[in-house]
Design a protein around this ligand. Structure first.
Ligand code: SF4
Length: 178
């Protein structure tokens, strides 16, 4: 089964793709993250993933779109409700991954977001299953969260860019303003 894996960054890809590959999965990466701000942060994460894909010889489907304006417009009504904001944010990225997987002839899609203990695993699964049904493809779920720290340390040692916050300008404020 060929899987298109929405990928948020190189460190999470190292953990999640590593886990899938160890099971013999056939997967490619998909970059679409309009939630990463400001532009310099977006560029650093993007370029680090490009390097990761080249080093691991994994195909990377790029949707290179810095989406600050679209992201703010989509989440504006939830600015004071982080849970709802994240739901919209997951939905934007997962829906694009499901659509792209379907259009490109993949049998399934997944997301590296599933490997981060900072993300809402259950919400991601719920959205993934709904999008799979809507698009007529499968949603692959693996729980590799216990490998998260080890995988991040490996990525750091290999020189990949390590982000300090989730992605959006709001998560940057939440990370530093306390
Ligand atoms: S905190 Fe992370 S998941 Fe939530 S809206 Fe911001 S970038 Fe998206």
């Amino acid at each position: 089964m060929k899987i298109l894996v929405h990928t948020c960054c190189a460190p999470c890809a190292n953990v999640y793709i590593g886990g899938l590959k160890s099971e013999g999965a056939n997967c490619d990466l998909y970059w679409y993250n309009p939630n990463i701000h400001p532009f310099t942060e977006y560029r650093d994460r993007r370029d680090s993933l490009v390097k990761f894909a080249a080093n691991r010889e994994i195909e990377l489907v790029m949707e290179d779109y810095y989406g600050l304006k679209g992201f703010i417009a989509a989440t504006f009504e939830h600015l004071h409700k982080p849970g709802q904001r994240c739901r919209v944010c997951y939905g934007m990225r997962m829906a694009a991954a499901a659509r792209e997987a379907k259009n490109r002839g993949y049998e399934a899609f997944s997301s590296t977001l599933l490997v981060s203990p900072y993300q809402d695993f259950e919400m991601l699964c719920e959205q993934g299953e709904a999008l799979a049904e809507k698009n007529g493809i499968k949603f692959v779920v693996r729980d590799f969260r216990e490998n998260f720290r080890k995988g991040l340390n490996e990525a750091r040692a290999q020189g990949y860019y390590m982000q300090k916050y989730c992605g959006c300008v709001f998560s940057e404020e939440e990370r530093y303003d306390n």
